[in-house]
Write a protein that binds this ligand. Structure first.
Ligand code: ATP
Length: 241
């Protein structure tokens, strides 16, 4: 469904991606893992059309994507869930979801339909539709961020750091929702510091180091690659001290 070929990307004069090849098949969940600053978010930016690579190809459903604007890429079915807090704290849950669907423009009926469909996935948000987002817990706000991504009816969801700073129970609830999205046919690229979790959810994984893909294959196989995963685990442990 999505194919990146030989992507070379720069920030100014600094090269951060070196010949990256990456593929996501229909309905697949792919984990994109790596150390800090390896280039994971940059890959997501390239897919979303926010960062134009210097060379390489991106195709989605067989069509080239690099000439498309970010809104057009969303309309074609690729939605990126932002890392960190992705809600407007002063607005209600409902208003946040309306903004999530702003690309529907004048098609208010479609937007309303998608908001109601989203509430079926997130009954907790339906109950709180009039609550100001900033008054909810961190986990509930992350739930709302995920719900906002769903409003645009994605075929491919790019998720940057779902679990960061959240309690395990909250993360479990979010993962359960991702699995249900996936049952509805939504493919995903999952970037997460929480390696065990990402490898549990994804069937296939990539490991990136300093802008180069060092591993691609079944998640099960990456679980055994201590030589690669060690650097991520070590960093996680030092962060916890
Ligand atoms: P992290 O887990 O820390 O977010 P990452 O794998 O997502 O890491 P990227 O955010 O893609 O890494 O960053 C790749 C490299 O590009 C890093 O060296 C980073 O410092 C650099 N970088 C990221 N964004 C910019 C930017 N806007 N301008 C310049 N350099 C950037």
């Amino acid at each position: 469904m999505l194919e990146l070929t030989k992507i070379e990307a720069f920030y100014g004069p600094i090269q951060v991606l070196f010949g990256v090849d990456l593929e996501v098949k229909e309905n697949e969940i792919v984990a994109l893992l790596g150390t800090n600053g390896a280039g994971k978010t940059t890959i997501l930016r390239v897919i979303s059309g926010i960062l134009r690579p210097k060379s390489g190809e991106v195709t989605f459903k067989g069509e080239p994507l690099l000439e498309q604007t970010p809104p057009e890429i969303v309309r074609r079915g690729i939605v990126q869930m932002p890392g960190g807090r992705g809600v407007f704290p002063g607005m209600t849950v409902y208003e946040n979801l309306e903004i999530g669907g702003f690309l529907y423009g004048k098609d208010k009926a479609r937007r309303k339909h998608m908001i109601e469909k989203t509430f079926e996935f997130f009954p907790m948000l339906a109950e709180r539709r009039r609550q100001v987002a900033g008054s909810m817990s961190g986990g509930q706000q992350q739930m709302l961020t995920l719900a906002k991504s769903f409003i645009m009816d994605p075929d491919l969801l790019l998720i940057d750091e779902l679990s960061l700073g959240l309690a395990p129970k909250v993360v479990d609830d979010l993962i359960e929702i991702l699995r249900r999205f996936n049952e509805q046919g939504v493919a995903m690229v999952l970037v997460d510091q929480h390696v065990d979790l990402a490898l549990e959810v994804a069937s296939r994984a990539y490991f990136i180091e300093r802008g180069e893909i060092r591993f691609s294959g079944p998640s099960e196989d990456l679980k055994g690659r201590d030589d690669l995963l060690r650097s991520v685990f070590l960093r996680g442990e030092s962060a916890a001290v």
